[in-house]
Design a protein around this ligand. Sequence first.
Ligand code: MTE
Length: 336
Amino acid sequence: MNDSAHGPWVHRDRPWELPAGQLCPESTWLNRRQMLASLGFFGASSLLPACTRAEAPVKLQAPWPAELLARIPGKHNTRYDPERSITPEAIGSVYNNFYELSTNKDAVVRLADSYAHRPWTVEVVGECHKARTFDIDTLLTQFTQEERHYRFRCVEAWSATYPWSGFPLRSLLDAVEPTSHARYVRFVSLQDPKSLPGQRKQPWYPWPYHEGLTLPEARNELTFLATGIYGHRLPGQHGAPIRLLTPWKYGFKSAKAIVRIELMRTRPPTFWNLTVPDEYDFWANVEPAMPHPRWSQSTERLLDTGDRIRTRRFNGYGKYVASLYEDPTNMGFLRG
Ligand code: MTE
C-alpha cells in the first residue's frame, strides 16, 4: 500500500506491529540499560521487565540524535512491493544468521548489542576517483532514505518478507565515481574479536565476513544498503548500522555491519565460498532447479506461517535482474 495515499494525520497499523503497549520505545530501553549499567548491572537483562527487546543489550549503545532517527524509514517506495505479507517483527527479528555473534539463530538477538553501532564509518576505496570514508550520520543524511518491502530467501530454504529502509547502493557508487577498471565490488563486515563473540569462539572462519558482486549487479536498481527495518534503525541482529541486500540472491550474499566497500579489477574471494566451496558459489542467485547439497531449493518454508511454497527463479525478481545473466559475452567477461 502506498503511504502517500494517506494524510500524515492518519495512523495506520503496520502489518508487523504488535498491539500498542507491547513495544518499548527505543529511548526507554536505551535509558534503562544505561541506568542499570551505571549501577554496575552489566548483563542485567534478567532484571528488566518484559519487553520485546529486554533480552538484547550487553554493551552500551550511544544514543542516536532524533534528527537522524527521523530519517528512517523514509518514504515507502511501492515499486517493489511483493505479493506476500510482511513477516511480523516478533518473528523476523529473533531468527537471525550472524556468525560474528552466534551460530545459534535464536541467540543472535540477545547478543545484538555486543558491538557498538555508532559512531561507525564505511570506507569506500579501490578503483574509484573519489575514495572516501563516510560516517553513518552522513550516509543517513546525504542519501535519501526510502522504505522497500523485499522478499528474503535463505539458502537454508526458509524465507521471509521484510520492510527495509535505506538507499540504493548505486547512489553511493556514483558518489565515489568508479574508474573504467572497476569490475567487482567487495563488501567487508566488522572485524573486532573483542566485541564479537563469534570471532573469538570460531577463529577458524576466514574473518572478517566478506562478500562480492559484479559491478553491474552492484549497480542494479534492487541492490540496497539497509539502515533500517520495521520503521526503525537497523538493530544489531540484522547487521546494524548498515548492511547489504540483494533480494534475488540467497541471503548469505547480504553482508551485515559493513565497514568497507572496495571497487576491484578482479573477482574477490567470498566468505562462504572460501569456507565450503562445494556448497556456496560466488553467484548465489536463487535457482529452484539447482539443489544445494543439503537443502533442495525447489520449495521454501515461510518463517511466519510455516507454509511451504514453491521457490521462484531469482526469488521472483527476474524482471529486474535476468538480463544481467543473459548476455553470453558479458558472462564470459564476468566469470573470467
Ligand atoms: N553477514 C555477516 N557479517 N555475518 C553473517 O554471519 N549471515 C548471512 C547474511 N549476512 C551473515 C551476514 C546469512 S547466512 C543470512 S541468511 C543473512 O545475513 C541473514 O540476515 P537476517 O538475520 O537479517 O535475516
